[in-house]
Write a protein that binds this ligand. Structure first.
Ligand code: PGA
Length: 250
């Protein structure tokens, strides 16, 4: 089973229209040779999605949303449906990022309904899981991540679904787990995805690592067994950094 690596950038609440030039620069350097080895996606703020789609073009950098509402439409002021993101040019959507779990009190159950809505709208959800520092220190990292996977991933999700393991303590911190810890967690995550989806589907599911992925550590982190790409925050804001990470696959 070969899984096409995915390098996804999460711009979070960063980026005015001037930042679209970075997406243009990414597209300009994303040549056929790199495209054959890795898929590149940027998840800009929703305000930039439609504009980014015009710049990125159909065969270049893919686009994703950062969150969606579980409902397809209706009276939900300030929210966005998966169908709206798709209409604006997205093919992916991040759900369950730890910042949404904390800032908006999102639960595994809610995240599962969002992932389900994304799939129904024709988007690929990138479902995020990860333990806190306290949970890791207490020796509970696999227990926490396992429970999040079982409760956040729809049991009938297609094998195109993407899982992102992002230890909360590594995000934006300049810290990463050891490669041994990442290998152990990703192997466990794949077993858990299999327990959840069944039918051998987990062999095709891409499991991304996220948390302080930078040009300087990308080759090491992306070379770990069962790491099928990265979810990149800060280092995805500048084309040069994001491309330098993706270059690990060339
Ligand atoms: P970071 O963020 O790369 O800035 O650590 C990763 C993420 O939150 O997805």
């Amino acid at each position: 089973m070969t899984r096409r690596p995915l390098v996804a950038g999460n711009w979070k609440m960063n980026g005015l229209r001037a930042a679209l030039a970075e997406i243009g620069a990414m597209g300009a350097s994303y040549d056929a040779a790199l495209e054959a080895r890795a898929e590149l996606v940027i998840c800009p703020p929703a305000t930039l999605l439609a504009l980014a789609a015009e710049i990125a073009g159909p065969a270049s950098i893919g686009l994703g949303g950062q969150d969606c509402h579980p409902a397809s439409r209706g009276a939900h002021t300030g929210d966005l449906s998966a169908a709206m993101l798709k209409d604006a040019g997205a093919s992916y959507v991040i759900v369950g990022h730890s910042e949404r779990r904390v800032d908006h009190g999102e639960t595994d159950a809610l995240i599962q309904t969002k992932a389900r809505a994304a799939i129904q709208a024709g988007l690929i959800p990138i479902v995020c899981v990860g333990e806190t520092r306290a949970e890791r220190d207490a020796g509970r990292a696999t227990e926490i991540v396992g429970a999040q996977i079982m409760a956040s991933l729809p049991s009938d999700a297609p094998q195109s679904v993407v899982l992102a393991y992002e230890p909360v303590w590594a995000i934006g911190a300049g810290l990463t787990p050891t490669t041994a810890d990442i290998a152990q967690m990703h192997a466990f995550a794949r077993e858990t995805v299999e327990a959840r989806l069944g039918g051998g589907k987990s062999a095709a599911v891409r499991i991304l690592y996220g948390g302080s992925v930078k040009p300087g550590n990308a080759a090491e982190l992306l070379g770990v067994a069962n790491v099928d790409g990265a979810l990149v925050g800060g280092a995805s804001l500048r084309a040069a950094d994001f491309l330098a990470i993706a270059e690990a696959y060339r």
